[in-house]
Write a protein that binds this ligand. Structure first.
Ligand code: FAD
Length: 424
């Protein structure tokens, strides 16, 4: 579909429905693969789609996004929708803050409601040590101009009464670092919004089109081999998240990335009871984070399953840890039934920070290493990665995310970008 989105009145919708429903046109399907493009993007996850959108809109390039399965099949459609910029290191917090600011206006930019909900992200502290860590992170954020608030127990009781922070507990809550502009964004709307906006700019999104090889000549890439045939490309970007290791093998490069499984689950819908995002690292059962979806289900997750895997089936023991953590945090949730569990495969770097850089050839690029926190970065990553691919030069915001840091030892060690106690 090209041109501005038409406005559908209620009457028009009704008429179309009565006429047999032939009203909705597919937004991105039905495109035919052309022989050649300025840029081929491999992977229609959040990062691939956002980069394609910016390559077309900001740089006027002819782009194809080639997707092995379906738009939204990967982690962009499997995550727990949390966005925040409460990172400690300057190399990270400016980038994550740029992304958070972009979420605030993304619905307008894409003309698609991505349902940004700044309900706050509350990182709970369970000891004096946690409070010191929280204050350190908060101070670093404030110095960078990023909002956050340290709360003691009494302030938390006012902000999040359902938590009853002052309740007598085995591991008492000391306080929290709260980022009020953090919150949630509807994940599948992000995939659909970018896919629709990119298509409207002339990007071809081709589903069921696995890329199986890279063709090179005289030291540069000339195109990609796919299950639908060869496609010529002046530049190639790999944005394949959990499959990045396989791309490394395809290109003969060993990447500092392991693929790990992360699971999440949701309960049956219940009345509104939680108006923020709670994150909590518990000495007994690891990490739990918890939020209530717009449909009313309590969405929760925690640590990785703990071993490399390409399966998307989580271990029962990890589910138990997460649920125990959730009940310790909100005992009133005990007895609510879990109705669905799922998992995704994450591209884990050893320092928890991403890689946006060239890969082996001058005209081949990699956007990867998002670990379990890459949903929140999609808008900033798309804009910055498009600049890198279009101009060949990394903008300042992503200069630290070069691959060579693993050779030189200049790690950006956020430990997965989690809250103050160490995450996996
Ligand atoms: C359970 C869970 C909860 C999470 N929660 C959060 C959260 O709350 N907040 C947050 O910020 N992050 C979260 N994340 C992490 C976040 O979802 C990911 O870091 C991010 O989505 C990864 O980037 P992507 O969207 O581009 O990846 P994906 O959506 O996985 O896209 C990669 C695409 O590449 C395709 N592909 C792979 N190989 C090929 C090939 N050879 N040819 C063509 N296509 C190929 C795949 O099919 C896939 O569609 C979570 C992840 C999981 C699994």
């Amino acid at each position: 579909m090209t041109g501005p989105t038409p406005h559908y009145s209620a009457l028009a919708l009704l008429r179309a429905r009565l006429a047999g429903g032939g009203f909705w046109r597919p937004l991105w399907t039905g495109r035919l693969l052309k022989q050649a493009y300025d840029v081929v993007v491999v992977g229609a996850g959040g990062h691939g789609l956002a980069t394609a959108f910016h390559l077309a809109r900001d740089h006027g390039l002819k782009v194809a996004v080639l997707e092995k399965r379906l738009v939204g099949y990967g982690n962009v459609g499997r995550n727990t929708t949390i966005v925040r910029s409460n990172y400690l290191l300057p190399e990270n917090h400016y980038f994550y803050e740029d992304s958070l600011r972009r979420w605030e206006t993304l619905s307008k930019d894409l003309n698609y409601n991505v349902m940004y909900s700044p309900r706050g992200v509350v990182d709970l502290a369970l000891s004096d040590g946690d409070m010191i860590g929280a204050a350190r992170r908060g101070n670093a954020m404030r110095l960078a101009g990023i909002d956050c608030e340290m709360m003691d127990r009494a302030a938390l009781d006012r902000f999040c009464p359902e938590l009853v922070a002052s309740r007598d507990r085995r591991f008492p809550i000391f306080g929290a670092l709260v980022q009020h502009r953090g919150g949630t964004v509807r994940h599948d709307a992000v995939a659909w919004g970018y896919a629709r906006a990119a298509t409207a700019l002339g990007v071809d999104i081709i589903e069921d089109c696995e890329v199986t090889g890279l063709r090179t000549a005289a030291g540069v890439a000339t195109g990609v081999e796919t299950v639908k045939g060869y496609v010529q490309a002046n530049r190639v970007l790999f944005a394949t998240a959990g499959h990045t290791g396989m791309i490394g093998t395809m290109l003969g490069v060993t990447l500092p990335i392991e693929t790990h499984l992360l699971q999440a689950m949701v309960t049956e819908p219940i009345k509104p009871m939680l108006n923020t995002v709670l994150v909590y690292v518990h000495p007994g059962h690891g990490e739990t984070y918890l939020l209530q979806s717009d449909k009313g289900g309590l969405v929760m997750g925690g640590y990785l399953d703990g071993f490399p895997s390409y399966t998307r089936e989580g271990q029962w023991s990890r589910m138990e840890d997460v649920v125990q953590g959730a009940i310790a945090m909100l005992p009133q949730a005990a007895g609510v039934k879990i109705v669905r569990q799922w998992a995704g495969i994450n591209d884990m770097t050893m320092d928890g920070s991403p890689i946006i850089d060239r890969l082996r050839y001058d005209n081949v690029f990699l956007n990867a290493g998002w670990c379990y926190g890459g949903f929140k970065t999609i808008p900033a990553s798309g804009a910055a990665c498009a600049k890198l691919v279009a101009s060949g030069t990394a903008p300042d915001l992503i200069k630290a995310y070069r691959l060579s840091r693993f050779e030189t030892g200049h790690m950006l060690d956020e430990r997965g970008g989690g809250p103050f106690p160490v995450r996996l």
